[in-house]
Design a protein around this ligand. Structure first.
Ligand code: GLN
Length: 542
């Protein structure tokens, strides 16, 4: 196996994850089998317990691992299916070392940061290598910024690992910022020089420097960076701000032939240049679509760019499929409570209520669902959004006054959404939800089955504690809420829909984790298609 390590310098939020994922895309298009992973130096065992304000979206894998949102980029940009082995945090490393110490596995030795902690990190690298014999290139992104104290052990582990597997099999890529100083009218290379020097101080000489830049990288700056970062000039690569979509990133990095530089470095220079025609077509459809729809995402962390990342990406994929620009209106649910649904979302062609926890904004989301149902506006409820649709239907169609989820109101007279049986008695918050991929049975004749191409079994990823209360199943069904899917194992309700509505679907799972650029998720594709029909009809239903 060959290894690429991607570190970051100068500042965070450089798009290091996107750079790593883009390299993955380019290598895959050269015919190489890639696998991507992330090392995060923070002490949380996983990001599952972190607030979206801290961390953005928690991305869930098939095996139920709650991971960094960069793993979402990896799965969207490459085809390698990831597992919990592909997101390592300091929390996991220390947890494992301390457990080993308690079990006496260190045989009386003093347990130390070096070698025991670094060995633990290297052991993970070796395990991933052993478990994936068919992979050509393993790309590992190191979270944080070089120079951070908490990242030092990871950097040291990589330095040692490169020696163990042979330096010729390893490519170190350092992503830095080239700030543009307006007053001076020029881009500055000094932070890049100092950050590369910091990496050398830690024993790692970067092979390639990627410079994030708002503008471009001129010859003079390339030469300076090459000279003072001790790399060849051709190995200084520009990573420019892209104009329209993150899916332009691989194409931008390709301008400086990053994939060629990488394969030459790790002895895979014989692979053909990347066949990017289909990918470029997808990007063109995102940039120059024929149609346009407006979709409201009604949530709670709306001001955060990253909180609903996979949902926004899935809408882009579905839009490209319909040759449609999806104009996303981010709506604070509480604004609907204050101003009413018609006022806030009266102009949109579709309404999406994403997942969430806690009771802030719940009534606003219920008003949004009601507005969609009563006015024939496509509604897509995801996880919490499905529970919202159920509560709204129970209250306003079945007349179950005060119907609610016990998450928000423990003493509701009609707990149409309630805690799953297995969740009762759970006290630990980390990794204890119903998590990961489960099989569901899809019922023929439903709209949902139609979108899935009449499949009868589906596999989707979950992350929730509460569920549709089966005691209310008959009442709701008789009133017109169709159960379109149930989980194969426990019979939990997985999809509810109103079959006659232009699109009214709530899914207990998270379809946004399975959507890809040229393979939109069927429910997202159905949703955007329905919104497009509303939009093209002049939104006359409103
Ligand atoms: N809070 C709800 C639950 O735990 C929904 C979770 C979600 O939307 N991911 O069931």
């Amino acid at each position: 196996m060959k290894y690429i390590f991607v570190t970051g310098g100068v500042v965070s939020s450089l798009g290091k994850g996107l750079a790593a994922a883009s390299i993955g895309t380019l290598l895959e298009h050269r015919g190489l089998k890639t696998l991507m992973q992330k090392f995060d130096p923070y002490l949380n065992v996983d990001p599952g317990t972190m607030s979206p304000y801290q961390h953005g979206e928690v991305y869930v894998l098939d095996d139920g691992a709650e991971t960094d949102l960069d793993l979402g980029h990896y799965e969207r940009f490459t085809s390698g299916r990831l597992s919990r082995m592909n997101n390592l945090t300091s929390g996991q490393v220390f947890d494992s070392v301390i457990k080993k110490e308690r079990r006496g596995e260190y045989l009386g030795k003093t347990v130390q940061f070096i070698p025991h902690v670094t060995d633990e990190i290297k052991e993970r690298m070796h395990t991933v290598t052993r478990n994936n014999p068919d992979v050509d290139v393993l790309i590992t992104e190191i979270g944080g910024t070089v120079g951070d104290m908490e990242g030092l052990l990871f950097i040291e582990a990589l330095r040692q690992f490169a020696l163990e597997v042979g330096k010729e099999n390893v490519c170190f890529i350092h992503v830095t910022l080239l700030p543009f100083i307006k007053a001076a009218g020029e881009a500055k290379t000094k932070p890049t020089q100092q950050s590369a020097a910091k990496l050398r101080e830690l024993g790692i000489q970067p092979d390639i420097i990627i410079c994030r830049t708002e503008t471009d990288l001129d010859e003079d700056n390339r030469r300076k960076i090459a000279m003072f970062c001790n790399v060849e000039k051709k190995n200084v690569v520009a990573f420019r701000d892209v104009a329209h979509t993150i899916y332009e990133c691989p194409l931008d990095l390709r301008r400086d032939k990053i994939d060629r530089l990488v394969v030459d470095r790790i002895g895979l220079g014989h692979t053909p240049s990347p066949a990017l025609e289909d990918y470029e077509k997808f990007v063109q459809r995102v940039i120059h679509p024929k149609h346009k729809v407006t979709i409201a995402v009604v949530g709670k962390y709306i001001e955060l760019q990253d909180a609903y990342k996979s949902i926004y990406e899935s809408l882009i994929h579905a839009g490209a499929y319909h040759d449609t620009k999806v104009n996303i209106v981010r709506v604070e649910a509480e604004a609907i409570e204050t101003h009413g649904a018609k006022q806030v979302i009266g102009h949109v062609d579709g309404i999406l209520v994403p997942g969430g926890f806690g009771d802030r904004g719940i009534e606003g989301k219920i008003l949004a669902a009601r507005y969609a149902r009563e006015n024939g506006i496509p509604y897509f409820g995801i996880c919490l959004g499905m529970q919202i649709a159920t509560i709204e239907f129970a209250r306003n169609i079945c007349g179950l006054e005060g119907a609610d989820s016990t998450e928000f109101n423990k003493s509701t007279p009609h707990p149409v959404i309630c805690l799953q049986e297995e969740q009762k008695g759970v006290t630990d918050m980390g990794a204890t939800m119903r998590l990961g991929s489960c099989e569901s049975i899809l019922f023929a004749g439903t709209r949902s089955a139609e979108f899935y191409g009449d499949k009868d079994r589906i596999h989707e990823r979950h992350r929730h504690r509460y569920e549709f209360n089966s005691d209310y199943q008959d009442t709701l069904q008789e009133a017109g809420l169709t159960i379109a899917a149930v989980s194969a194992k426990e019979g939990l309700v997985e999809i509810v829909e109103i079959t006659e509505h232009p699109f009214y679907i709530g899914a207990q799972f998270h379809p946004e984790f399975l959507s890809k650029p040229n393979a939109p998720h069927p429910l997202f594709a159905g949703f955007v298609g329905a919104a497009l029909r509303i939009s093209e009809s002049g939104n006359e239903l409103i």
